[in-house]
Design a protein around this ligand. Structure first.
Ligand code: NDP
Length: 290
C-alpha cells in the first residue's frame, strides 16, 4: 500500500511556485494575494492565517483583511471592488463560509475573474467546463489531480467515482477527471446523498475521491482491493486525549481501508496541504498573466 504523502508533494509544488515567483519578482512584479475573512469562525481563521503565512513565506505581497461578523453585503462588496482595483493584488479570495446574512454567490461574482484564484467565478467555472486553459481551476480538485499524477496513478480509461457534488470539490473534480489528456480520460461517476447503494457504486471504482464531510464514512465495504483513494474530507472529531479536545479525520476509515487499497491519502497530510499549494500556484499564474 502506498501512503500518498500530500505534505511532501505540496512542498514540491511550493518549490516550483517559488521559482516562478522569483522570476516575476526579478522583473519587478511581486505576486500579491488578498485573503478576506468575515467573522470569527475558528476553522476559517486558521485557514486564513495559514494562507497569509504561506504567501508571505514565498515572498508574495500578502494582504489579510479581517472584517467583523457584522460586515454588511455592501461593505464586503466595497472591499472586493477595492481589491479588484488594487494593482498590487493579483489574487483575491473571500474565505468560505461567510456569515449567513452574506450572499456568497454575489460576492464571488464581484471578484474580477482574472483575480479569482479560487476558481469559483462563473467565468472560470465555464472555462473549466469548456476546456479553456485561460481560466482558474479550483485548488482542491487541482491538488487531487496532482496527487494522482505524483503517485503514478493512471487515470486514463479507469473508473473514477467521486462521492460529493459540491461546486468546490465534487463537480470540478468530475470535470477534471473527464478532460481529454494526461490526468484525465477517466470514466467518471459522481455519487451524492441520493445515490442508492453507494457501496456497490464505489466498489466498482479504480479511483475513489471522497468529498462528503462525514468522518470515516467510507469503509472496507466501499473500496475494492487495489483501488486508489483520495480523501478530501476534513472532519473534527472529539478527542479528549488531544490538547485541543479534537482531532481531524477524513471521510475514509483510513486504518481499515489502507489494508486493502493500493494507495491512499492520509488526513491530515494529504489533500489539505495541496489545496494551499495550488492556491499559491494560481496566484503566481494570475501575476504572470498580467
Ligand atoms: P459539501 O457539504 O458542500 O458537499 C458534500 C457532498 O457530499 C454533497 O454533494 C452531498 O450530497 C454529499 N453527501 C453528504 N452525505 C452523503 C451521504 N450520506 N452519501 C453520499 N453523499 C453524501 O462539502 P464540500 O464539498 O465543501 O466538502 C467536503 C469535505 O471536504 C468536507 O469534509 C470539507 O471539510 C472537505 N474539504 C477539504 C478541503 C481540503 O483542502 N482538503 C477543501 C474543501 C473541502 P448532496 O449534494 O446530495 O447533499
Amino acid at each position: 500500500m502506498q501512503r500518498i504523502d500530500g505534505a511532501a508533494i505540496a512542498a514540491k509544488v511550493l518549490e516550483e511556485t517559488k521559482k516562478r515567483a522569483d522570476i516575476l519578482i526579478g522583473r519587478g512584479i511581486r505576486p500579491g494575494l488578498a485573503v478576506v475573512l468575515v467573522g470569527d469562525d475558528p476553522a476559517s481563521r486558521a485557514y486564513v492565517r495559514s494562507k497569509d503565512k504561506k504567501a508571505a513565506d514565498l515572498g508574495f505581497h500578502s494582504v489579510k483583511k479581517e472584517l467583523p461578523a457584522s460586515t454588511t453585503q455592501a461593505e464586503l462588496l466595497a472591499v472586493v471592488e477595492e481589491l479588484n482595483r488594487d494593482a498590487s493584488v493579483h489574487g483575491i479570495l473571500v474565505q468560505s463560509p461567510p456569515p449567513p446574512h452574506i450572499n456568497e454567490a454575489e460576492i464571488v461574482r464581484a471578484i474580477d475573474p482574472r483575480k479569482d484564484v479560487d476558481g469559483f467565478h462563473p467565468e472560470n467555472v465555464g472555462k473549466l467546463a469548456m476546456d479553456d486553459p485561460t481560466g482558474f481551476v479550483p485548488c482542491t480538485p487541482m491538488g487531487c489531480i496532482r496527487l494522482l499524477a505524483e503517485a503514478g496513478i493512471e487515470t486514463s480509461g479507469r473508473k473514477a467515482v467521486i462521492v460529493g457534488r459540491s461546486m468546490i470539490v465534487g463537480k470540478p473534480m468530475a470535470l477534471l477527471l473527464m478532460r481529454k489528456g494526461p490526468g484525465g480520460d477517466a470514466t467518471v461517476t459522481v455519487a451524492h446523498s441520493r445515490t442508492k447503494n453507494l457501496a456497490a457504486v464505489t466498489r466498482e471504482a479504480d479511483i475513489v475521491i471522497a468529498a462528503i464531510g462525514r468522518p470515516h464514512f467510507l469503509g472496507t465495504d466501499h473500496i475494492r482491493e487495489g483501488a486508489a483513494v483520495i480523501d478530501v474530507g476534513i472532519n473534527r472529531v472529539d478527542d479528549p486525549a488531544s490538547p485541543k479536545g479534537y482531532r481531524l479525520v477524513g471521510d475514509v476509515d483510513y486504518d481499515a481501508v489502507a489494508e486493502r487499497c493500493a494507495a491512499i491519502t492520509p488526513v491530515p497530510g494529504g489533500v489539505g496541504p495541496m489545496t494551499i499549494a495550488m492556491l499559491m500556484s494560481n496566484t503566481v499564474t494570475a501575476a504572470e498573466r498580467l
